[in-house]
Design a protein around this ligand. Structure first.
Ligand SMILES: [Zn+2]
Length: 338
């Protein structure tokens, strides 16, 4: 009947719309499932790597020197920061590095990065760094005497087996507040100097809090609760983290680290504004247009002593820290492959 046809047309129109909506919903779900599956896909088998041995006692000695002898080493104590810089320079040179200083001024006070080159002076380079200052007048054993100790032992290994391209190890000053995320961070000064000189950086790794491990249940926390489904709830692993878009780098580093370490190695790429993802010197290299990633025990997501007077040398696990350094050594080998 003619009277009902507008109604029927409307009904059919609604049905068509419903079919379209269901179809689009299913397609979106499939796409999402595909993306999550791709994001969570397992790492390939690690390339073979026989890392040189790392002595836990040497790591401990460095952490004690930084956190006890040159204490406090926050921005208010430039004289102690200078003593640390001298200690780091001496050890980098002893390892066979060509050492230079990168001084700069903030508000009339002189601070400096310490840089050591290993391998041939190729135009392209790999940068591995760790900050040596602390937040406030705290010992900063995990944050970040651990990263510096790792850097110094990595220097010894690079000195013994020089890489096929230039590797720059950098000890950064002023990572912590009040200069955190500012242009006064030592890492930002370094990254900016490379960008301005037109230097090609294949990759940058930041060693940040790499010494605290625990087998206590429920000891590992995350910026998002949902991550507990995918990652361990025990703080017994080392993590490689980066922003979205640097999946290739993060996966390459994590894979290589698994080849050189008995420690579980987890990896994560996430938006840079998720808490913790940009919390170290690697973000300075992002700001200057370079690929960079973070190697970390996850800091305050695990270590209750983070930025406290209790972040002392005797709370770290030097055996597992040595495994981290061996892993980073294998990652450096992969990153410097011709
Ligand atoms: Zn730190």
């Amino acid at each position: 009947m003619d009277v009902s046809s507008p109604e029927r047309a409307a009904r059919m129109g609604r049905r068509r719309w419903l079919r379209w909506a269901v179809g689009a919903g299913v397609a979106a779900l499939l796409l999402l499932a595909g993306a999550v599956g791709w994001w969570l896909r397992p790492l390939p088998a690690p390339p073979s790597c026989e890392p040189g041995p790392v002595d836990p006692e040497r790591l401990k000695a460095h952490v004690r020197a930084l956190s006890e002898t040159f204490h406090p080493r926050d921005f208010r104590h430039p004289e102690n920061l200078e003593r640390v810089a001298a200690y780091i320079s001496e050890h980098l040179a002893r390892a066979g590095g060509r050492v230079e200083s990168q001084p700069y001024r903030v508000g009339g006070t002189r601070y400096r990065n310490v840089i050591a080159h290993f391998g041939p002076e190729t135009a392209e380079r790999v940068v591995i760094g760790a900050h040596y200052d602390t937040a406030g007048p705290f010992p900063g054993a995990d944050d970040n005497a651990s990263g510096v100790a790792g850097l110094l032992e990595l220097a010894t290994l690079l000195g013994q087996q020089p890489p096929p391209m230039r590797v720059e190890l950098v000890a950064f000053t002023l990572e912590e507040p009040p200069y955190f995320r500012s242009e006064h961070m030592g890492s930002r000064v370094h990254a900016k100097s490379l960008r301005e000189a037109g230097v090609k950086v294949r990759a940058m790794l930041s060693l940040e809090t790499i010494g605290f491990f625990t087998d206590a249940p429920e000891s590992q926390h995350y910026p998002l609760d949902a991550l507990r489904w995918r990652y361990p709830t025990t703080g017994h692993f080392i993590a490689v983290a980066g922003r979205l878009g640097d999946e290739g780098l993060v996966r390459q580093v994590a894979t290589a680290m698994r080849g050189g370490s008995t420690l579980p190695v987890e990896f994560l790429n996430a938006p840079a504004d998720i808490e913790g993802i940009d919390f170290s010197d690697h973000a300075s290299y992002w700001a200057e247009g370079y690929r960079a990633a973070l190697v970390t025990d996850t800091a305050f997501f695990r270590n209750p002593r983070y930025h406290e007077a209790t972040d002392t040398w005797d709370t770290l696990d030097y055996g597992r820290m040595a495994q981290v350094v061996q892993g980073v050594q294998c990652a450096a080998r992969e990153l410097t492959r011709p």
